[in-house]
Ligand binder design. Structure first.
Ligand code: FAD
Length: 461
């Protein structure tokens, strides 16, 4: 009887799961394991919204395994210690897991190799689980940098790769009976979650994907930037926790076809793009990808403005709507993320790390690669080829929320004020302005712009 351990991390699914398939192909019994990682908690990364969503994912994975004769084994502690102990307990000869992408995941893999040394258990790290294309699988020609720094050439090469076919879920998973498990966490036990938080789990991910392909994808190219239409897939938390395989998402979208499919697959490529940057430059989780020698603002004024930004009361309705959506749902529309992050880093000229941290505290899809590198992209310290562009929140509002419906939904104080005036309430005549209990702008846009351009001594290449 050969036994394997399959270590689940950000890949909480049965469909299209190369580590589980490989383990089932070579071993008679498999221990599907998830470790509540103490290091993640110590790093302050276990935000309530993600903790609650994770509880759903684990419950659903356990149920799906039980339907196949197995179950999920839960432990908590330091991952390498727990895996080492379980390998001994189960007499496992193989450990399968998804290859790590972030600096943390890479270090975890090294620690696992050390923990298994001399135990007669081979470690297999599988690519194409967390991302569709593994970081480093395609490299820019003629350069030794080890990653693509510009998206378009990456997209070209990424699109040329013959995609792997997504695999079905296994029908039977045999788990040794004598392996103990901790009690599963319950979503309802998590406090401080957003009231409109989405539900997690592979079943939910597959339901959403099917619905999206049937009724959302065809309109995606035209509507993905429309804030009020809310016409994006909302699959990001499922891609983050791996309840949906990015390979399968891309494959099924391509099968559905049309311009919406291409636009959607392109976004999945953005996801891979940021992951390959992070894998090559793990320090960019906290440091500028391209240092711009910014003199980010500090001090009391800046702190008060940052607080107003976090609370959704900057006086710029579309920014406030986006920030309130984040707090209410633990999720924000991509256009909202762009303009809210642009407002913080350019108009308020506050350090991108402050905003990225706030997003990570609330986002259910909060992800080191996508969050930190998108923040850097917006702040102009990352891979954007136009680092000093400044998004004007009024123009953004008029363009992406032309009827003001997004603002009306999230800033009810302004619900009676029609577009286009809802995007510039400070311009109303005083008597009319007094009818709305809504703050004055925390900063003048022209002043913010001048301050940013003066503070940024952009001597980067
Ligand atoms: P769709 O438009 O349906 O796109 C499909 C999928 O493609 C998404 O689920 C996501 O996995 C991927 N994707 C889309 N846009 C991007 C992008 N710009 N970069 C990388 N992947 C993308 N995304 C996260 O998953 N986690 C984050 O922590 C995160 N933080 C962000 C912070 C900022 C400042 C910005 C500007 C963007 C951030 N994004 C992040 C990217 C993007 O906003 C979200 O992925 C998207 O809004 C999720 O909604 P959706 O699933 O409906 O996306």
């Amino acid at each position: 009887m050969k036994t394997a351990v399959v270590l689940y991390t950000s890949d909480l699914r049965l469909h299209d799961h190369p580590p589980l398939r490989a383990a089932l192909a070579t071993c008679d019994r498999v221990v599907p394991l998830f470790v509540h990682d103490r290091a993640v908690e110590r790093a302050g990364f276990a935000a309530p919204n993600r903790t609650a969503f994770l509880a759903d994912c684990l419950a659903d994975l356990d149920a799906a395994l039980r339907e196949r004769g197995g179950r999920l084994v839960l432990r908590s502690g330091e991952v390498a210690d727990e895996v080492g102990a379980l390998v001994r307990e189960a007499g496992a000869v193989e450990l399968h897991l998804a290859a790590g992408v972030s600096g943390y995941a890479q270090a975890r893999e090294r620690r696992l190799r050390e923990a298994l040394r001399g135990q007669g258990c081979a470690l297999h790290a599988h690519d194409g689980v967390i991302t569709a294309v593994a970081p480093g699988a395609i490299l820019p020609s003629g350069r030794g940098s080890g990653h693509f720094a510009v998206f378009t050439p990456y997209l070209r090469r990424w699109s040329e790769l013959p995609p792997r076919r997504a695999a079905a879920a296994p029908r039977v998973v045999r788990v040794p009976e004598d392996i103990g498990s901790e009690e599963p966490p319950r979503r309802s036990a998590v406090t401080g979650t957003s009231p409109g938080l989405a539900r997690g789990g592979e079943r939910e991910a597959r339901r959403l994907l099917t619905r999206w392909l049937r009724s959302g994808l065809a309109r995606y190219e035209d509507t993905h930037d429309d804030l009020a239409a809310d016409a994006t897939s909302r699959l990001s938390p499922h891609l983050h926790f791996g309840t949906l395989s990015p390979v399968e998402a891309a494959q099924r979208a391509r099968e559905a076809g049309g311009p919406g499919a291409e636009a959607f697959v392109r976004q999945l490529c953005w996801r891979d793009f940021h992951h390959q940057v992070l894998a090559a430059r793990p320090e960019t989780a906290t440091e500028d990808y391209r240092p711009r020698h910014d003199r980010w603002r500090t001090g009391r004024d800046a702190e008060e403005e940052i607080r107003a930004w976090k609370e959704g009361r900057t006086g710029y309705p579309v920014v406030d709507a986006a920030m309130r959506q984040l707090r209410h749902e633990g999720w924000m529309h991509n256009r909202g993320r762009l303009l809210a992050a642009g407002f913080l880093t350019k108009t308020l000229y506050a350090d991108w790390r402050t905003g990225a941290r706030h997003f990570l505290d609330l986002l259910v899809d909060g992800d080191v690669a996508n969050n930190q590198l998108n923040w850097q992209w917006v702040a102009g310290t990352g891979t954007d080829t136009r680092p000093n562009r400044i998004l004007n929140p009024v123009r953004q509002g008029l363009r992406y929320d032309p009827e003001g419906r997004y603002v009306h939904r999230w800033v009810p104080e302004l619900a009676g004020l029609p577009a286009p005036r809802v995007h510039e309430p400070w311009r109303l005549p005083a008597a009319e302005r007094a009818r709305y209990d809504y703050p004055e702008p925390v900063v003048d846009l022209a002043e913010g712009r001048a301050r940013f351009l003066e503070g940024r001594r952009d001597d980067a290449p």
